[in-house]
Design a protein around this ligand. Sequence first.
Ligand code: ZN
Ligand code: ZN
Ligand code: ZN
Length: 378
Amino acid sequence: MTSVDPQPPPPFTVEDYLARAGRVVTAAGERSLAGVLVTPGPDLVWLTGYRPTAITERLTVLVLRPGEPPTLVVPALERPDAESAVGVHGMTVIDWADATDPYQAVTPLLDPDGTYGISDSAWALHLLGLQRSLPGTAYRALTEGLPMMRAVKGPDELARLTAAGSAADATYGEILKVRFEGRKETEVAADLAALLRHFGHEQVDFTVVGSGPNGANPHHEAGDRVIQRGDAVVLDFGGLMFGYGSDTTRTVCVGEPTQEIRDVHEIVRLAQEAGVAAVLPGATCQDVDRAARAVITDAGYGEAFIHRTGHGIGVTTHEPPYMVEGEEQPLVPGMCFSVEPGIYLSGRFGVRIEDIVTVTETGSRRLNSTDHGLAIVE
Ligand code: ZN
Ligand code: ZN
Ligand code: ZN
């Protein structure tokens, strides 16, 4: 196996983080939000590079408001950790001590009648504390209030997503050489995880190995089933590399496929092509779903395609924008998301093909480039 030593991209700078904060404040203003409250998790990592060692009951919140400097409120004992994050260097830091009311540290920063976007994953404890301290404030989850906040990637983010995609492709190239027949799904899943790390991932998020009937469950991870000759096997794997995600799926067959597996695989392959072909600036998210779904529906398998066509990817492996009927968000150059149609035949087998694509000025570019054909494994 080729050894790899992927060169890490230059780290994000304080200017990069402040530019993101500035864009968020502008977008919030356009949506009539008085500001944005960011709690630990992917939003805070994206805005500051700060990832607390543990997300706990102690309040940490970044307050972004028009005309005000970005201000991070932290527990006093975590202040040194917070101040070591690059993005925090350009921000004001306020701390609160144990045995004091943390919400009193935040309320002077807020308009008491404002509506705020708040991170989806903010603890109810904290949201309720803020509401108690400022009963005139209102809150919207960021996925609803500012869904495209992290959706359009800059060139420095695209470079990381491209590297993650290449590592996932290298993983697929190697997994085709391992033995499938007679081994448990969990053993092949462990191979996938080891390969992702070998090719540079610092975090493995999922290693789906859905053999035979298990492939018909799109969220089956991997279990004790022993893979058999003739099985179609759905392989869907990804994680984080340089802080950005990979997510790719190919379906392979152990030995010679039946004609039905070949036929279903070809329909999914054509659906995936149609979905990617629909990715153009100005088209909408639902156009991508419709294009992929039409191929499967026209082939008579519409009821067997039981999930949306895709999801965004960035500092997480599942985030807006979602390629789903009803989502009229226009596609913008720099967006990155999956196109992953599938057909699931309950109790028998499933097929899914997934690439990450990015919207370009003229269309799209795939961040995964392994062959879409039905590979035969042993
Ligand atoms: Zn999923
Ligand atoms: Zn996937
Ligand atoms: Zn996916």
